[in-house]
Design a protein around this ligand. Sequence first.
Ligand SMILES: C[S@@+](CC[C@H](N)C(=O)[O-])C[C@H]1O[C@@H](n2cnc3c(N)ncnc32)[C@H](O)[C@@H]1O
Length: 356
Amino acid sequence: MERGFLGTLPLGDERDDDSYLDFVEGVRVFTQTQVAAKVREVIPDKLTEFEQRTGRKPQTIADARAALDPVPVVASRNRLMRSSQEMMWRQVVETYRKREKELLAELDRYDRLGPGSVEYDPNFQYPDYYARVEFHIQPGNYHADPLAGYIYHYGTKVFYTGRNNHDDVQREWVNLAPVPADGKVARILDQACSAGQSTTALKERFPQAEVWGIDIAAPMVRYAHKRAVDMGLEVHFAQRAAEDTKFPDNWFDLVYSRIFFHEIPLTAAEQVIRETYRILRPGGLYVIVDFANRPPGLSSPVDDYFRDFDTHDNGEPYASDFVYSDFLGMLRRAGFRIVSENATPQLYQPMRVCAK
Ligand SMILES: C[S@@+](CC[C@H](N)C(=O)[O-])C[C@H]1O[C@@H](n2cnc3c(N)ncnc32)[C@H](O)[C@@H]1O
């Protein structure tokens, strides 16, 4: 039975499924507020105990693990984060799986509908660094389950604990993005667009511009296109690797990239940056929102311990490498001028603005 939508998100198959996912959302809120507060309370004592035991202050992530992993409230926090993620994916997959035939037929039908367009290649060869990972432990990753777009979108609803039911997060970031100094924004690329939530926000902000969203995963661009059609927005989606976009030189005025780089290895990141430099026109802007970078050893081992959770426990194998990389150096070496290291008040996920 058609159960309607929450924003642009199709609800699950049964009320019972959505109610289970609402419970999981509640577990995340509880973990991030009440449990996290308790964790913060016990940390100073546990670091002192470590120092008394070893005769030195904790200096590395390994030290922080030795000090904190055995503490019941910290272990509970880590377990709740991991288990709520597993519960979320299991239920989201199950609820859409019950409607698989109908949803696949829907995608087939929307492939041919406008406004906008979608292109993908059933024989696309995914790079190994991507195909062998289930990012943030999403079963089948973004590419191997044809319903991945639906699944990811519902996952992000739970992940953002109700703060993103109407693409609020993507819209907020897109609205903070600066424009090139000459004001010309005729062509925009959303790099690694996923479910297309930033892409549609870009089209809403720049209705006159030709807006493209590319992602390496076919199920994501198909679902992104379906969403954009439902929203009546003319956006073009294509399955392309950000390392090899097929666009002409100097093509885009603005390339936008949100929470993408921490999901690829640094070698791929170098290629993506070089390719972006090629397709951006002189004076165009490359706007990148992602985790903050910090030189290893400069932040506290406890901060590093919690930062490393994604890589250690949440299926994000490249996230820590990205955090500790010289990302701005990589951008500079490709020819970009860093206009701003953080164009927003956000410290956790800064917005880097680079000009060609
Ligand atoms: C966290 S999601 C991006 C979220 C999205 N930008 C937003 O604002 O909602 C990361 C996306 O990167 C895509 N991706 C990973 N490697 C890629 C590559 N080499 N080229 C293009 N897309 C890639 C994944 O398929 C996934 O959809």
